[in-house]
Design a protein around this ligand. Structure first.
Ligand code: HSE
Length: 434
């Protein structure tokens, strides 16, 4: 993109400000268990998005209590230190509407889940290990106590895998679900493809907050298997703790296979798969797979996750996006938090946040016509980047606003001249005619 175009985009008054916050806001009180990478990101997100949440949903989210191991540690967060407690018993007694769990592991997290659900609270978690081990029991507790259990953030990070499956399965069952479910291992494989060593890539994944506290869970496939068990539970109704998933993990020698795969036109991806077979039997696996490099899994890079749901249609349904790290996981948690606390008809209906305006930016367009250049050139505003006249007609590249292009098309149509138009997407907008 040329500097001139960038300047014009920056000058354009394209984005508008959020609407004012409505005066009467309902308060949703939240207890947050854990304030590490994900919990800390959620605290920042709540602060950053407070006005948007108020305008869009008519609610204010109030952090009532935060359970941490070390109450004295400086987490660099703009919240009162008095919110922190290290006493889980007083934490679960706190009168809140929603408990969000971002501790990880099964022990303390499991205790908090049970205590919260017994008290009829809404419980929201990103904890795949807990849900894979005790999801059926916790779901039953939620049903008995009138609480609720949401775990959309436990699989796929920001990629909405669980909501896709839940929404879908009202009508049909998948033949299979397969995906890259672990951001850390995908990050490592991609970095090895780009020339890093296994150890360097793992250290970077840890530094970026993608890896588990014990990264062997990422590498040996336990993390992917826990997520796959949750997927199979939602998809096939098989209790996650009863699901058998054979695993083949990654180790430092995987760089040899990555190099061989590259020579063969492939890429190594750590795939988790489960599928139905006759007689209601499900088979599953978590293992490195060599896929074609131009296949969607091959093109899934760094910490991204991708999940494909095969329904026997022409193509699978797919979701993808950053699958690990604080902000993506916190965003998924916040979505679950709002979904659990707000009745469906109150979500996103409070105010109009944005107004619709015309795009005043200049883009680069390719116009093609069977008519001669002279007959179409006069209709077009904006600088010509290039034009070709040939016996087959005319091709023109022009920099212009969309409205000017639409005017030109209409003007030419009125004169009986047909012109085909396409905009160059970012990345190709430096294109010129040969
Ligand atoms: N360690 C996990 C991963 C975090 O890398 O995918 C997100 O669940």
């Amino acid at each position: 993109m040329t500097a001139a175009i960038i300047d014009r985009i920056l000058e354009a008054e394209y984005f508008t400000q959020p609407a004012p916050v409505p005066p009467s806001l309902r308060t949703i009180r939240v207890g947050l268990a854990g304030c590490g990478v994900v919990g800390g990101s959620l605290v920042r997100l709540l602060d950053d998005c407070a006005d948007t949440i108020a305008s869009r949903h008519g609610v204010r989210i109030e952090l009532s209590r935060i359970l941490v191991r070390d109450v004295k540690r400086d987490r660099g967060l703009a919240i009162s230190p008095t919110l922190f407690t290290n006493n889980w018993a007083s934490f679960v007694d706190e009168e809140v509407d929603v408990v969000v769990e971002a501790i990880g592991g099964k022990d303390t997290a499991g205790t908090i889940a049970r205590e919260a659900l017994r008290r009829g609270r809404k419980f929201v978690t990103a904890n795949k290990e807990l849900i894979a081990a005790d999801g059926s029991e916790l779901a039953a507790l939620a049903r008995e106590s009138d609480g609720s259990l949401d775990f959309g953030a436990s699989v796929g990070g920001s990629a909405p895998v669980i909501s896709l499956l839940r929404d879908l399965l009202g009508t049909t069952s998948p033949r299979s679900v397969r995906g890259i479910l672990n951001g850390t291992s995908n990050y490592i494989l991609t970095r090895i493809e780009r020339g890093d060593s296994f150890a360097e890539a793992l250290a970077e994944a840890q530094r970026k907050g993608f890896a588990e506290l014990d990264p062997s869970r990422d590498l040996d496939g336990r993390d992917s298997a826990a997520k796959l068990a949750i997927i199979a539970w939602i998809s096939f109704g098989i209790s996650p703790s009863a699901f058998r998933i054979p695993r083949i993990g990654l180790n430092a020698s995987i760089d040899l296979i990555v190099r061989d795969a590259t020579r063969l036109g492939g890429r190594v991806r750590f795939l988790a798969e489960c599928g139905s077979h006759p007689n209601h039997e499900i088979i599953a696996s978590v293992e490195p797979v060599i896929v074609p490099s131009d296949n969607p899994f091959g093109r899934t890079e760094l910490e991204d996750n991708r999940v494909e749901v095969d329904l026997g249609w022409a193509a699978p349904l797919a979701v993808s996006g950053p699958g690990a790290g604080g902000p993506p996981t916190a965003t998924a948690l916040l979505g679950d938090l709002l979904n659990s606390a707000l009745p469906r008809n109150e979500r996103g209906t409070s105010a109009t946040l944005y107004s619709s305006v015309e795009d005043s930016r200049v883009h680069r367009w390719l116009l093609a016509s069977a008519s001669p250049l002279d007959s179409i050139g006069s209709a077009i505003q904006g600088p010509f980047v290039g034009a070709i006249k040939s016996s087959g007609g005319t091709r023109v590249i022009v920099e212009s606003t969309r409205s000017a292009i639409i005017d030109a098309i209409q003007h030419l149509e009125q004169r009986g001249i047909e012109v085909a138009v396409a905009r160059f997407s970012p990345g190709l907008d430096g294109a010129t005619l040969p």
